[in-house]
Design a protein around this ligand. Structure first.
Ligand SMILES: Nc1nc2c(c(=O)[nH]1)N[C@H]1C(S)=C(S)[C@@H](COP(=O)(O)OP(=O)(O)OC[C@H]3O[C@@H](n4cnc5c(=O)[nH]c(N)nc54)[C@H](O)[C@@H]3O)O[C@H]1N2
Ligand SMILES: Nc1nc2c(c(=O)[nH]1)N[C@H]1C(S)=C(S)[C@@H](COP(=O)(O)OP(=O)(O)OC[C@H]3O[C@@H](n4cnc5c(=O)[nH]c(N)nc54)[C@H](O)[C@@H]3O)O[C@H]1N2
Ligand SMILES: [Mo]
Length: 697
C-alpha cells in the first residue's frame, strides 16, 4: 500500500469560509482534499476546497517569470530567469519612483489570498510599497463598502455579527439578499441553516432569483427587483407599526431616532405612507407577500434577519443596510441569541489573537476609493484625484475582470508606464502587465489563517511548489533586496521564522498540536455582536454620539444624505429596461478558478432570463443574445428560467472577458456592463445596480 500523508490545509480565499480541510498526499501529489475530522460536523468545506488541487496542477499554471514582448493585452511574453525578471521589476519601480515619486504607484488586488497571517497578497504588498516610500492606496473595498461605511454611524463599531452556532436558537431566519449556500461567509453557516430548516424553522430568502439557498427544501423564495430592498424593508416596518408589533420598550432602552424613522414610514412629511402597496410598485413583490413576511417577522422571536452583501452593492445600498438594522432593532432582536447580529454577519467579531505581517502603515498615503481606481488612473490630478498614477502593482487581484467597466479598466492599464503582477495564471490583468512573477498556491506553503470566525486554522505545506514558482513573501524579499530595504522588510526572517513568531504572539498555547489538528478554537462559539451593550447599556454604552444605537443619525446627515434611512435607488431608463444582477458563483471565488475546466463545466455561463421577458423579445431558450448597457456589449447564450423574476436578468460574475475586434465580449464577463459610478456617500461598489437591454443576435 502506498503511504498517504494527511496534512491540514485551508484555502486562504476571499469567501472567508475558513474551512478546516485535510490534503491527502501520495508520492508528493495531492490525491484528494476532504473535511478535517478535527472540526465540528458543522464545519464543512465546499467543492472549491475539495478540488483545489485542480488549480494547483492546472496545465495553464504559470511556472516561470515572464516579461512582456508584445502590445499590452496581446499575451505575448517571453520566459526569463528569476534574476532577469526581478532586475527588470526593480528597475521599473526605481525609475517610476525617481521620476514621479513612489506615490505614483497604485496597489490593486489583495483578495487572491487574503486570510493568511504571512502569505497574504494584501498585507505583503502594502508592507512592501509602504517601505518603498508609500503608494496610492485604495479605501472601501469591492465587497462591503456601504456596510462598513454605515455600521459605525449606527452602532459606533464594526464589531457586529454572530457566530453561526447562535442560529440554533432562531425561530425564523430571513436571508435578505444572502445566498449562504453558495457564498457561505463561514464554513458553518450552510449546515446550520440546513439544520434549522429541517427543524421546521421557516427560512425566507429575498432575492431576484431563486438561488440555491432559496431552493432549500424548507425555504420560501420572495422575489424582489434588484436594488429596491430599502423600500420593501420600509414596508415591512410599516406593517409592524400598523399591527402594534414594534418593540417600543426595547427601542426606548437601546436606540435613538426611531421617532424620525417612524415619521418617514408613516409619510408624515412626504404624504407617502410606506405601505406594502407602495413597495409593490417599486419592488415587484406582491403586497400580500410582504404583509405575510411582516406578520411572521413581527410575531416570531428570536428571528435572525441576515442581510447579504448584495443589498449594499447597489445605488443606495447604504440605506438598505441601515434599514435592515432598523428592522432588527424594531423587532428587539439585536444582541440576542438566535436574533440578529446588528448588521452584516461577515467579519465583524474579533478573532483569536495571532501575530500577522505588519503593513507598515503610512497615514500620509494618498487615498482613492477602490471602486474608482480606473478613473483615478485616467483622470489623475486634473480630475481631482490626489496623484497622477504611473505604475500598477497587482498582486492577488484580477481587476480587468473584476473591476467595473472592463473597457475603462483596459484604458487605465494602457495608460500607466509600468506594471508588475504576481499570479498563478495568465489572467486578463496579467496580460496587461509588463512583468509577471509566478507565485505559490496555498497548499505549497505553510501559514496560519484568520477565518472571520472564532478560530484560527493551520494550513500546512502539502506539496512542493511546481516549476520555478516562489512565495509572494520571497518575491518581495528579493525585490526589497534590489531596492535596498531587505533588512527592514524581512527583519532577517524566513517565512518559517515569521510563522513561528506569529504563533508565539498568538492565543495558541501548543503550536505543535495546532499544526497537527489544523484548528485552534476560541472559547466562545456562540458570540453575538453588541451583546455586552444589550446586557447593560449604561455600563457598556456604544461609541455613537448618544451612546445608543442610532437608527437616525445626525452625524450621518453630515455626509449630505438624510439622517433617516430612506429608499433611494437607481432610476429606470426606457432604453435599458432590464435590471442585471451579477451574483457570486458557487464554483469559483470571484474570478479565481474560472479558467479551470472542472469548475467551469459545472456552471456554464449563460444569461438567465424569465420566459415572459424572452417572449416579448422573440428570444428562445439557448439562443445567442446581445446584452447591452451604456458601458459595453456582450454576446452570450441565454437560458430561460422561471427562477429569475421578470424584469431582471442574471449573469454570474467572475468570467474572464474575451473581446472580439469590435470590443464585444464573447465570454460573459459581467463587468463589461457595469459602471464605476459609485453609490454615495460611501463611494463603494454598485455592481448590482445595472440597467441593460437584451436582444436576439
Ligand atoms: N462561492 C463563492 N462564495 C463567495 C464568493 C464567490 O465568489 N464564490 N465571494 C466572496 C466574496 S469576495 C464576497 S464579497 C461575498 C459576496 O456575498 P454577497 O454579496 O451576499 O453575494 P452575491 O452573490 O453578490 O449576492 C447574494 C444573493 O443576493 C442576490 N441579489 C443580487 N442583487 C440583489 C438585490 O438587489 N437585492 C436582493 N435582495 N438580492 C440581490 C443574488 O442573486 C444572490 O443570490 O461572497 C463570498 N463568498
Ligand atoms: N460584476 C461584479 N463584479 C464584482 C463583484 C460582483 O458581485 N459583481 N464582486 C466584487 C467583489 S465582492 C470582489 S471581492 C472582487 C474580487 O476581485 P479580485 O480581487 O480581482 O479577485 P479574484 O478575481 O479572485 O482575483 C484574485 C487573483 O489572485 C490570484 N491569486 C490567488 N492566490 C494567490 C496567491 O497566493 N498569490 C498571488 N500572487 N496571487 C494569487 C488568483 O489567481 C486571481 O487571479 O470582485 C468584485 N467584482
Ligand atoms: Mo468581495
Amino acid at each position: 500500500m502506498p503511504e498517504i500523508k494527511t496534512i491540514p490545509v485551508s484555502c486562504n480565499k476571499d469567501c472567508a469560509a475558513g474551512c478546516p480541510l485535510i490534503a491527502h498526499v501520495e508520492d508528493g501529489k495531492i490525491v484528494k482534499i476532504t473535511n478535517s475530522p478535527n472540526g465540528t460536523p458543522y464545519m464543512q468545506g465546499c467543492a472549491k476546497g475539495f478540488q483545489a488541487m485542480r488549480a494547483a496542477y492546472a496545465p495553464d499554471r504559470l511556472l516561470k517569470p515572464l516579461i512582456r514582448t508584445g502590445a499590452r493585452g496581446s499575451g505575448d511574453f517571453k520566459e526569463v530567469s528569476w534574476d532577469e525578471a526581478l532586475d527588470y521589476a526593480a528597475a521599473g519601480l526605481r525609475k517610476i519612483k525617481e521620476k514621479f515619486g513612489s506615490e505614483s504607484i497604485i496597489f490593486l488586488g489583495g483578495s487572491g489570498c487574503c486570510r493568511g497571517a504571512l502569505h497574504n497578497t494584501g498585507s505583503l504588498t502594502q508592507r512592501f510599497l509602504n517601505m518603498y516610500g508609500g503608494y496610492t492606496q485604495t479605501y472601501s473595498n469591492y465587497s462591503s463598502a456601504a456596510s462598513d461605511f454605515v455600521t459605525p454611524f449606527v452602532f459606533g463599531t464594526l464589531e457586529v455579527g454572530i457566530d453561526a452556532a447562535t442560529l440554533q436558537h432562531s425561530k425564523l431566519i430571513i436571508l435578505w439578499g444572502a445566498n449562504i449556500m453558495d457564498t457561505r461567509f463561514g464554513c458553518e453557516y450552510p449546515a446550520r441553516i440546513r439544520e434549522a430548516g429541517k427543524n421546521g424553522v421557516p427560512i425566507i430568502v429575498i432575492d431576484p432569483r431563486k438561488s440555491r439557498t432559496a431552493k432549500l427544501p424548507d425555504a420560501e423564495w420572495l422575489p424582489i427587483r434588484p436594488g429596491t430592498d430599502t423600500a420593501m424593508m420600509a414596508s415591512v416596518l410599516y406593517e409592524l407599526l400598523k399591527n402594534n408589533q414594534v418593540d417600543y420598550p426595547y427601542l426606548e432602552k437601546y436606540c435613538t431616532g426611531f421617532d424620525q424613522v417612524e415619521k418617514y414610514i408613516l409619510g408624515t412629511d412626504d404624504n407617502q405612507p410606506k405601505t406594502p402597496e407602495w413597495a409593490e410598485q417599486i419592488c415587484g413583490t406582491p403586497a400580500a407577500s410582504i404583509k405575510k413576511l411582516a406578520d411572521l417577522y413581527g410575531r416570531t422571536k428570536p428571528a435572525a434577519l441576515i442581510p447579504g452583501l448584495s443589498v449594499q452593492r447597489n445605488i443606495g445600498g447604504e440605506e438598505a443596510m441601515r434599514m435592515a438594522m432598523v428592522l432588527q432593532a424594531a423587532t428587539g432582536n439585536i444582541g440576542k441569541s438566535g436574533g440578529a447580529s446588528g448588521g452584516c454577519i461577515w467579519d465583524g467579531l474579533p478573532v483569536p489573537e495571532c501575530g500577522c505581517m505588519d503593513t507598515a502603515n503610512r497615514p500620509e498615503n494618498p487615498l482613492i476609493p477602490e471602486y474608482r481606481w480606473p478613473d483615478a488612473i485616467l483622470e489623475g490630478k486634473n480630475g481631482g484625484y490626489p496623484t497622477d498614477i504611473k505604475a500598477v502593482y497587482n498582486a492577488g487581484g484580477n481587476y480587468l475582470s473584476q473591476g467595473s467597466d472592463i473597457k475603462k479598466n483596459m484604458r487605465a492599464f494602457n495608460k500607466v508606464e509600468f506594471s508588475v503582477c504576481h499570479e498563478h495564471f495568465m489572467t486578463p490583468t496579467a496580460r496587461y502587465c509588463d512583468v509577471i512573477l509566478p507565485a505559490t498556491a496555498f497548499m505549497e506553503r505553510e501559514d496560519i489563517l484568520f477565518t472571520g470566525m472564532n478560530y484560527l486554522l493551520y494550513s500546512g505545506k502539502a506539496i512542493d511548489p511546481p516549476g520555478d514558482v516562489k512565495n509572494d513573501y520571497d518575491i518581495f524579499c528579493e525585490l526589497a533586496d534590489r531596492l535596498g530595504f531587505l533588512d527592514v522588510f524581512s527583519e532577517g526572517k524566513t517565512a518559517a521564522q515569521w510563522i513561528e513568531q506569529f504563533a508565539a504572539e498568538s492565543a495558541i498555547t501548543d503550536f505543535e498540536h495546532f499544526k497537527q489538528t489544523g484548528i485552534y478554537t476560541g472559547k466562545d462559539q456562540m458570540r453575538i455582536g453588541l451583546s455586552d451593550f444589550i446586557a447593560d447599556p449604561k455600563k457598556n454604552p456604544l461609541e455613537t454620539p448618544s451612546g445608543k444605537i442610532e437608527l437616525a443619525s445626525e452625524k450621518y446627515a453630515e455626509t449630505g444624505f438624510p439622517a433617516v434611512p430612506a429608499y433611494r435607488g437607481m432610476a429606470d431608463q426606457k432604453e435599458y429596461p432590464l435590471r442585471l444582477i451579477t451574483p457570486h458563483a458557487l464554483y469559483r471565488i470571484n474570478s479565481s478558478y474560472s479558467n479551470i475546466q472542472w469548475f467551469r463545466e459545472r456552471e456554464p455561463q449563460a444569461l438567465w432570463m424569465n420566459p415572459a421577458d424572452a417572449e416579448k423579445r422573440g428570444i428562445q431558450d439557448a439562443d445567442k443574445v446581445i446584452v447591452r448597457s451604456p458601458r459595453g456589449k456582450m454576446r452570450i447564450s441565454v437560458t430561460l428560467k422561471e427562477k429569475i423574476m421578470p424584469g431582471a436578468v442574471c449573469l454570474l460574475q467572475g468570467i474572464w472577458p474575451n473581446l472580439d475586434e469590435l470590443g464585444t465580449d464573447l465570454a460573459g464577463a459581467a463587468n463589461m456592463l457595469t459602471s464605476t459610478t459609485p453609490t454615495e456617500p460611501c463611494m463603494g461598489s454598485r455592481t448590482h445596480s445595472v440597467l441593460v437591454e437584451v436582444e436576439r443576435n
